[in-house]
Design a protein around this ligand. Structure first.
Ligand code: WTA
Length: 650
């Protein structure tokens, strides 16, 4: 491979046909931050409103007068924007291409007209089951078209969806149902991933036996694999049966721009996951505009984002952004390495995908299998590549660029968060020089800044904590049921600014390089896991007295989960117990939270006031025992010695 220059200048051929060129970016960015109301007022015209907004932005991050409102007098319906308004011009255009887990099964193409009909039938059925505007609906489905129909059906009747990733275990489902008080759950008999079955309905049954889930009146079950499941009447209803006979028209609910659209749970540094709440108008404007601009979307693109709808990437860049834009989106049920490690590239050829958006962790995993599984496919349809979810190391960037994209397709490295609703820092492919490993430049209206630990703004070339100085329409509005937690988590650390939780470097060109989380969140394969969640799962085991969890560098996953466990008196460490504890976490939270390494800790390094010093545990997990720093404030410095001795050495 030829050495990659640190900068890939804008590809002139790509730029020639691009929606946004460098001059446009500079001009529009300047306007967007100088006159946000004029700018975002104009962008909002891309949507269809029942009532056009006249009040564009009303935001104050001041703690004594805190509020975030966008388009507050506007009225619209998200499903109408994603479906109805395309019927006249794009009714027969393919909205979704469903590619099943098993490549031997036929793919399905669903037109905008067909998707509209499916959504309306389900929306009517939900209304018939008593779901009303403002009610919460939990969606626990595999990556099948019904998942998208379910989200849009909720949006149509003003119900607030809460999608729970299909990899979560019953306890996690129950926590999420209890927190928002869902009235109805939509699930399937089973999911299918890489040929393996996931017992979705059985997980819901187990979740609904747990405390706090009494709000659920109905469970709709999609028949997907056809497996026998336990149907508990009258609570459980077959999805097919309830939509049968429903009208293909459904009068949409007129929603205020600031009415909730969805809740999505994400891990924070403390306690239980937060219900991130997004509202209708600002979110949809932002998701659709970023999708069009960052991916340089054209009418005939076939766009594929490999995320799951259980994460925010699926919400914004499989469902709301692409469908609001009338795009054709691939919905993939499977995994990158089934039935072979060529699957991604085969699907690209099969459906002539032009824009491909995936996670660095997938790229790193596939890179290990060499170039041949890629090179034997054509990929000639591709014109743009993207990444999301975690920092991409330059080696993986280079492989993605040269081997997957044949050195022909720009890569947009998109930085954003569940909280931000859409992409905040990313190249625009016709306007920005690319640098492997850098998310480069802010999107329109986004004002990133770096601060030191005391909140002092850092100028020029610098490294610090990434904050945002102003709002953008896609910003989350609250933590469901706990507005104070929203303010405390994001706006109190550095008053007057939104704190992202990420560390970041800005280079001499003003390009941003995200260095990773600076709080107690671990980014495992692009998924956020709170150390506190894993710790509380571990200590819920009767043999565990205490646990401390930190991240450590992991070749494939970006970060792995490293757990230190102290057993209760009288229990002895054993290989069997280690396996049991890892399995316990899988059962409690889900496979994504299973520790990669579990070390027995006779004691944990604590300050005299009893606070665990994670800094020390992180260094031990990173195998950097020479960088422990000052340990003199520890209550018992000798525990460190034994932890260092027993550490995992890669
Ligand atoms: C990380 C996913 C570096 C970051 C959309 C952020 C990234 C967290 C990038 C949010 C990127 C996301 N480069 N880091 N391009 N994209 N991150 O909420 O630490 O699942 O705070 O949203 O992922 O993860 P979340």
């Amino acid at each position: 491979m030829t050495p990659t220059p640190a900068v890939h200048p804008i590809d002139p051929q790509f730029a020639a046909g691009a929606r946004i060129k460098r001059e446009d970016y500079e001009r529009l960015y300047a306007e967007s931050v100088a006159q946000p109301e004029a700018f975002w007022g104009r962008v909002a015209e891309r949507l269809e409103w029942y009532r056009k907004p006249t009040r564009i932005k009303d935001v104050s991050y001041r703690l004594d007068d805190f509020h975030i409102r966008w388009y507050e007098d506007g009225e619209l319906n998200a499903s109408v924007n994603c479906l109805d308004r395309h019927l006249a011009g794009r009714g027969d255009k393919t909205a979704l291409i469903f590619e099943p887990d098993d490549p031997a099964k036929p793919a399905q193409r669903i037109s905008y007209r067909e998707l509209h009909a499916r959504v309306c039938r389900l929306a009517n059925a939900l209304r018939a089951l008593g779901v009303r505007k403002g009610d919460r609906v939990t969606i626990y489905l595999p990556m099948i078209p019904e998942a998208i129909a379910a989200m849009l059906a909720c949006a149509r009747i003003g119900a607030v969806h809460s999608v729970v990733f299909g990899g979560f275990a019953p306890q996690s489902i129950a926590d999420r149902i209890a927190d928002c008080g869902s009235k109805l759950v939509i699930t399937a008999d089973e999911g299918l991933r890489g040929g393996k079955k996931v017992p979705l309905k059985a997980n819901v049954d187990a979740a609904l036996k747990l405390p706090g889930t009494n709000s659920v009146e109905t469970v709709l079950v999609v028949r997907h694999t056809g497996a026998a499941v336990d149907m508990q009447m009258p609570r459980d209803r077959w999805y097919d049966a309830v939509i049968d006979g429903q009208s293909e028209d459904c009068v949409p609910e007129r929603m205020n721009a600031e009415d909730p659209l969805f809740i999505l749970y994400t891990s924070g540094s403390t306690g239980k996951p937060k219900g991130v709440l997004h509202t209708t108008g600002g979110y949809l404007v932002y998701a659709s505009y970023t999708h069009e601009a960052v991916f340089d979307l054209r009418e005939d693109d076939v766009y594929w984002c490999t995320a799951d709808v259980g994460w925010v990437t699926g919400h914004s860049y499989i469902v709301y952004g692409p469908l609001a834009n009338g795009a054709t989106a691939v919905v993939f049920e499977g995994v990158p390495n089934y039935p072979s490690v060529s699957r991604f590239w085969e699907v690209i050829d099969k459906h002539r995908v032009t824009i491909f958006y995936t996670a660095p962790t997938a790229i790193r995993a596939l890179m290990r299998d060499g170039d041949e599984p890629v090179k034997k496919t054509s990929r000639a349809s591709l014109r743009l590549l993207g990444t999301v979810g975690e920092p991409i190391n330059p080696e993986a960037w280079r492989w993605y660029y040269e081997v997957v994209g044949d050195a022909r397709c720009p890569i947009v490295d998109t930085w954003w968060q569940t909280e931000t609703g859409g992409i905040l820092i990313s190249p625009l492919p016709g306007a920005t020089d690319l640098k492997p490993g850098s998310a480069t430049q802010p999107f329109f209206g986004v004002r990133p800044a770096l601060v030191d630990a005391n909140g002092k703004l850092l100028e020029g070339e610098a490294e610090g904590n990434l904050v945002l100085l102003d709002s953008w329409p896609g910003q989350m509005r609250t933590v469901y049921g706990d507005h104070q937690r929203f303010i405390d988590t994001y706006f109190r650390t550095y008053p007057g600014m939104y704190f992202t939780g990420d560390g970041c470097r800005r280079d001499a060109d003003g390009d941003y390089w995200i260095t990773g989380r600076v709080d107690d969140v671990i980014n495992v394969s692009g998924h956020r896991i709170g150390t506190a969640e894993v710790e509380s799962a571990l200590v819920s085991h009767p043999k565990v007295a205490e646990a401390a969890v930190v991240g450590f560098p992991h070749d494939l996953k970006g970060q792995g989960i490293y757990a230190y466990v102290t057993l209760v008196a009288g229990e002895a460490p054993s290989e069997e117990l280690r396996k049991e504890l890892v399995a316990h976490v899988r059962r409690e939270i889900g496979p994504i939270a299973a520790p990669d390494h579990l070390q027995w800790a006779p004691g944990l390094p604590k300050t005299r006031s009893g606070k665990i010093m994670r800094r020390i545990l992180r260094k031990i997990a990173e195998n950097a025992p020479d960088q422990l720093g000052d340990t003199s404030t520890l209550a018992d410095p000798s525990v460190v010695e034994s932890l260092v001795k027993e550490r995992r050495v890669p």
